[in-house]
Design a binder for this molecule. Sequence first.
Ligand SMILES: NC(=O)C1=CN([C@@H]2O[C@H](COP(=O)(O)OP(=O)(O)OC[C@H]3O[C@@H](n4cnc5c(N)ncnc54)[C@H](OP(=O)(O)O)[C@@H]3O)[C@@H](O)[C@H]2O)C=CC1
Ligand SMILES: CC(=O)[C@@H](O)[C@H](O)COP(=O)(O)O
Ligand SMILES: [Mn+2]
Length: 378
Amino acid sequence: MKHIAILGSTGSIGTQTLDVLAHSPELYKVEGLAGGHNLPLLLEQIKQFKPKKVSVATKSLADELKLHVSAQTSVFYGDEGLMEIAAGTDADYVVTALVGSQGLRPTLAAIEAGKDIGLANKETLVSAGHLVTELVKKRGVKLLPIDSEHSAIFQCLNGESIQDINKIILTASGGSFRDRTREQLKGVTVEQALQHPNWSMGAKITIDSATMVNKGLEVIEAHWLFGLPYSQIEVLIHPESIIHSCVEFVDNSIIAQLGNPDMRVPIQYALTYPQRLSTPSKPLNLAQIGKLNFREMDYVRFPCLQMAFDSGRAGGTATTVYNAANEVAVARFLKGAIDFLQIEWTIDSVLNQHEVVASPNLEEIMAADTWARAAAEK
Ligand SMILES: NC(=O)C1=CN([C@@H]2O[C@H](COP(=O)(O)OP(=O)(O)OC[C@H]3O[C@@H](n4cnc5c(N)ncnc54)[C@H](OP(=O)(O)O)[C@@H]3O)[C@@H](O)[C@H]2O)C=CC1
Ligand SMILES: CC(=O)[C@@H](O)[C@H](O)COP(=O)(O)O
Ligand SMILES: [Mn+2]
């Protein structure tokens, strides 16, 4: 039996993780759940999974939650609450499904406490990939990818040697505005941007898909997860999101992982690896799909992806700043305060003002993150 804690249990990844756990209840015990503001959903989860510790975003939410839970469940809140669910429960495995770089400190705390990690929160690796991967090595824990592309690559690399890789190919759906020109991006609405063609996800990542920042974050995530240089990471537009990513080897063989777009498959694989078990997903019917399409990535149409490669190559705090500026810009766009194209303009402008710190420690990462947020707000 695996003992699990989930950071971000009330979100898209969090709820799908709980679906996976409920599908095989004999395999899992939920020890801790951290939600944010969605109290009714967290209460349902507490009733069903009976965790010993839970956390919410604020003290007032925690006070309200305490009125509804039994004495068997301890209630925490805020940053300390996230740290408690990450590192202070009897879980041996933590699923990181918070959104944004706020996931960094709790993830480091969970690794330090010796927990294996199922990583959905890609911003953590983008913000401080070197700190996370060094600590994983030092503590001897597992860091298992949940992100669909990275799970695909992880599966394609099973039994293969890193030296035999020519390149990894991350597939990108193109997001909600894939078929629009840059001219046609002027004046697009939040509602339009939130219509992802293939996946149902949280708001922030759905906007990131539309700007191609999501693929940028995933390029940096792949660099850290698989230890590959940026020259061996490629992005290919694949509108159907059926091939979740692939690896080309030195003999020119390409191995790909396919499946319907359903995150419960990579979530479960990260939980049960190296075992495969049945999932609550539908099988892929290739005959029904008929054909799959591919297009070369257009870096002029999607400049945020070029910025991610450039930040990744610059290293140090550059990717921290890329991520933090994007988080601020997306939050502003979602509130209707800026236009869609101002997201890329904001990231570019903040990156241009930044003086990169090489090999930053955690304090320098947090300082760069704070600085980038202030610069982006300005
Ligand atoms: N959704 C997907 O299919 C995929 C997501 N990912 C990555 O996984 C991560 C999660 O994405 P997703 O599930 O879509 O995001 P959601 O927005 O759906 O969920 C985010 C979770 O974080 C919680 N949260 C937000 N702010 C706070 C806070 N201040 N304190 C405590 N909890 C907080 C939310 O709580 P509440 O809702 O209660 O406020 C919610 O549980 C992201 O890094 C994303 O890039 C990667 C691949 C696929
Ligand atoms: C489900 C998942 O892993 C997302 O990151 C997804 O890949 C987004 O799709 P695109 O970024 O390819 O539009
Ligand atoms: Mn992905």
